[in-house]
Design a protein around this ligand. Structure first.
Ligand SMILES: [Zn+2]
Ligand SMILES: [Zn+2]
Length: 806
């Protein structure tokens, strides 16, 4: 008996698949729409650390599913590529002097060989990398289309600024006020930025979640991020100067309780309304606020701070003079950058009013009675202290007050979103250049489409300028150009696109990766899109998916794609934790390297193990004992394959077991319930392994079922059975429904030795179960009523005799 030579087997079949392009996919027009599937993995960022055991978990799942689908006669598109622009490569370049392209290419080579060593059935001819000019040509192309439609605009905005990376950071790159990349406290800085008007799509990004087969929790995360609310915009007149302050409120019914107003320190009115006496304090406060990040100003701030401007506004409901303050907990980027403060019914306003001695008025009451407010009482109820509206329930008051405001011309119904426009530029080298030119005569002019890609210039160093501008700004021969419109001297845009750009549309490029005249040919888009299944980590549950959906909707509006949504079904695989259930991390020294697992156990074992650990979507701890168990199973498969083969018919019980196994493995694989499918195959193997000789009619279907789960070993066994490769293109075994039915036996129930009832039950039922069945039978229960059961005798598959008191 020989050992299971997994290393030789895996290398042999990987070479075979590569040489024969076994998984090359074409657009065969004969395949009907319902027999085509596009199954996509979230493509990786090729980091210097190489592949992690968590990466392939999702890839294994989609790969099993794709191999299964192909065997079921589907045309399957299953590609892989690299999201290869980004800050880590740039930071590495700054530290070591290596060009980001060089380190990125090295990382891609390593990732590719690691991924190939795991035996995935990708169509490698479709590989893409977002930092290649042939790819980012089309990222630039889509950007220009957005810009032409007014969906990209320039603005001077305060951004998060990392004084160490010397670059602007998106909010999601700031964790607890620190730079997510280097840990330095983040400050604020005003910079000229390119911004994408994603808010124009807020309503559709929310509404269209309804058409997606995503988990409720994932949809909820997107919903909360978009943050739609309904309320009113209300204009408060200033006491002096004739101006107004506009606020957005979800509670216009509390207007009578507005006893002061607060502006964001950046609000343009601040400079105009501040009185001379208050000027020094206000200016000092504005300056301090400009250094803080949004997070420091809101969630991290324990104490509310603020300064009175000296100005007053007028409450439109009761004509009262109310003071106007500034405070950094109001963000200029949310709503109108100003609020009416209702301290009686908002905790934050209450704390602020208490601290600064401002008036607190109750305007909502649970039962209509007035109370001394010891804290903000935010509940719905009945209006009090609200003039002619007293006594109205909250919901009705809201409707009435909005009508009233609209009639008076001082307010209107409004919908607001938490979603902000997307700051779409970074002051970095290693990103897509924004293909625009600034001309003193013509303003901003697009680089003509036929001149794309606008390539990154070759540089020796990517060190930040430190001025806040991208390293590109320090290359005069690149920056200085001619205006495409007038031919006069002009300057190139030096900001580059954020890392998210390339992943916004990569799934479309896989359809047609070498097309030089379009991002993808329309017939290929129509052939494959939208994506049937998308699998990836939960860390992309919000931003990547929101950004990609936004671009896709834009392309749909432009008539360039066939569906309003790109990802119809989406699954987040659970995390793989270290042994003991803690997160894997370098500092804990519990990181598992896939290369070691492949070397010591083989890729098939790793795949089988990761899929056997538990349901795909839950997080689960790595276990060395568990992986050894998976290996023993495959070793046993190998030993079983060494049994003499026969053409004899298998026995009836074995045949029944086979068909039940096929049925269950098919159903579970179809539902992505891989762990239970593997258990079924293990049960089957237990029986097969004990046979003196192996009927081919039993073994062949088993090997076929095994092939998505242990593809290398299954190819080898397929060949051992005397077949020509590849098993990957064979048909999935069918089951005979009649053979999957449970075998039934008739069980006799006796009471004190007399036959009292009979029941048909599945054969092989356990003694305890039979006992329960008998005692629960209606007729028997009737007979036993008032009697004491002394003893129950069970003969499996035959009878239950109950000895009872007379
Ligand atoms: Zn930093
Ligand atoms: Zn010009």
């Amino acid at each position: 008996m020989t050992g299971y030579p997994f290393s030789d087997i895996e290398k042999k079949w990987q070479a075979f698949w590569e040489k024969n392009k076994t998984f090359r996919t074409t657009e065969d027009p004969a395949v009907p729409r319902e027999k085509r599937k596009y199954v996509l993995d979230m493509f990786p960022y090729p980091s210097a650390a190489g592949l992690h055991v968590g990466h392939p978990e999702g890839y294994f799942a989609t790969d099993i599913y794709c191999r299964y689908l192909r065997m079921k006669g589907f045309q399957v598109l299953h590609p892989m590529g690299f999201d290869s622009f980004g800050l880590p490569a740039e930071n590495y370049a700054i530290k070591t002097g290596t060009h980001p392209r060089v380190s990125t290419e090295q990382n891609i080579v390593r990732f590719t060989s690691q991924i190939k060593a795991l035996g995935f059935s990708y169509d490698w001819d479709r590989r893409i990398s977002t930092c290649e000019p042939e790819y980012y040509r089309w990222t630039q192309w889509i950007f220009l289309r957005l810009w032409e439609k007014g969906l990209a605009y320039e603005a001077e905005v305060p951004i998060n600024w990392c004084p160490s990376c010397l670059t602007g950071l998106a909010n999601e790159e700031v964790k607890d006020g620190l730079c997510d990349r280097c840990g330095t406290p983040v400050t604020r800085r005003n910079l000229r930025q390119w911004i994408l008007r994603i808010t124009a799509y807020a309503e559709r990004l929310l509404a269209d979640l309804d058409m997606l087969a995503w988990s409720d929790s994932l949809k909820l995360m997107q919903t909360n991020w978009i943050g739609r609310s309904e309320g009113a915009n209300v204009r408060f007149a200033l006491e002096k100067g004739g101006g107004t302050i506009e606020v957005y409120t979800t509670r216009p019914d509390t207007l009578f309780g507005a006893t002061y107003m607060v502006l964001a320190p950046e609000h343009p009115l601040v400079r105009k309304i501040t009185t001379p006496a208050q000027k020094p304090a206000v200016e000092e406060y504005v300056k301090a606020a400009s250094m803080k990040s949004d997070l420091e100003r809101t969630e991290l701030a324990k104490d509310k701070t603020g300064v009175f401007t000296g100005a007053f506004a007028v409450n439109p409901m009761n004509g009262k003079k109310i003071p106007v303050w500034i405070s950094d907990y109001i963000l200029i980027s949310y709503g109108t950058g100003a609020i009416m403060a209702v301290p009686g019914h908002d905790e934050r306003d209450f704390a602020f009013a208490k601290k600064f001695g401002l008036e607190i008025v109750q305007v909502v009451s649970r039962d209509g009675s007035l109370v001394e407010l010891a804290q903000a009482d935010p509940t719905d109820g009945i209006a009090v202290n609200s003039g002619e509206f007293n006594g109205l329930p909250t919901a009705e008051f809201k409707t009435r007050i909005i009508e009233w405001l609209e009639k008076k011309g001082i307010g209107s119904r409004a919908v607001n979103y938490k979603l902000r426009d997307w700051i779409f530029s970074r002051q970095r080298y290693w990103g897509e250049p924004i293909p625009l030119v600034h001309c003193p005569k013509d303003g901003t002019v697009a680089v003509p489409y036929d001149q794309l890609p606008l390539k990154l210039p070759e540089v020796k160093t990517v060190t930040p300028t430190g001025t806040g501008e991208s390293p590109l700004a320090a290359i005069p021969e690149w920056v200085n150009t001619t205006c495409p419109k007038c031919g006069g001297p002009a300057r190139r845009e030096t900001n580059t696109m954020p890392q998210w750009a390339g992943s916004c549309w990569y799934y479309l490029r896989f359809l047609d990766p070498s097309n030089a005249s379009a991002f993808a040919a329309r017939d290929k888009i129509d052939y494959w899109m939208p994506i049937d299944l998308y699998v990836g980590g939960a860390e992309h549950a919000v931003l990547h998916l929101l950004y990609a959906r936004f671009w896709h909707k834009f392309l749909f509006d432009e008539g360039l794609v066939n569906s309003p949504e790109p990802f119809m079904r989406l699954i987040n695989q659970g995390m793989i934790l270290g042994e003991g259930g803690v997160k894997m991390s370098k500092s804990l020294g519990n990181v598992i390297n896939p290369d070691d697992i492949v070397r010591d156990y083989g890729a098939d074992t790793m795949r089988l193990y990761e899929m056997f650990m538990g349901p795909l979507e839950v997080s689960k701890p790595w276990s060395t004992r568990g992986i050894a168990g998976a290996k023993r199973f495959l070793e046993r498969v190998w030993r079983t394959s060494e049994l003499p083969l026969t053409d004899d018919e298998p026995s009836e019980p074995l045949l029944r077991l086979l068909h039940k196994t096929i049925k269950k493995v098919s159903r579970d694989t179809d539902r992505l319930e891989f762990n239970t499918a593997i258990s079924e195959m293990m049960i089957f193997l237990n029986e097969a392994a004990g046979l003196p000789a192996l009927p081919k009619k039993l073994w062949t279907p088993f090997v076929l079922m095994l092939s998505p789960y242990a593809p290398h070993l299954a190819e080898e066994l397929w060949e051992k059975l005397g077949n020509a490769p590849s098993i990957s293109r064979q048909h999935w075994p069918e089951w005979n429904e009649a053979l999957t039915a449970e075998e039934l036996v008739e069980v006799v129930y006796q009471v004190n030795g007399k036959i009292r009832a009979k029941e048909s039950l599945p054969a092989g039922m356990a003694e305890g179960e039979l006992r329960e069945k008998a005692l629960g039978h209606d007729r028997i229960r009737e007979l036993l009523s008032g009697k004491e059961v002394r003893k129950v005798i069970v003969v499996p598959n035959k009878l239950v005799n109950i000895v009872a008191s007379l």
